[in-house]
Design a protein around this ligand. Sequence first.
Ligand code: FES
Length: 116
Amino acid sequence: MSERLLALSEIPETGVTSVDTSIGRLAVGLSDGTPFAISPICRHLRGDLAKGHVADDGCVECPLHAARFDVKSGAMTRGPQGAFKPVAGLFKNTVGRMTLKSYPVVERDGILFLEA
Ligand code: FES
């Protein structure tokens, strides 16, 4: 089964946006030119990753405390920053071990599709 997500042209400059799908809301975007779809809730304090951005390293960065997630594996690659930075490693090694769910996405003629 294939479900239309959005056109590449609809992805904002942040590199990620929210898309409602038949399996729930997902954070969908492009990382280094490769499309991705992940569960949108940060493992730290439930920030909305669809409102974050794709960082220089290709990871999605949470808009609340800047934790980062690998869009392929769903793993937290960096714990929360700011006031949480001293315990970022603790978060990364506890709640951060619960990876985000990642879904297969393909691009056809400028449109992203969720493949199930
Ligand atoms: S809620 Fe995402 S880093 Fe804090």
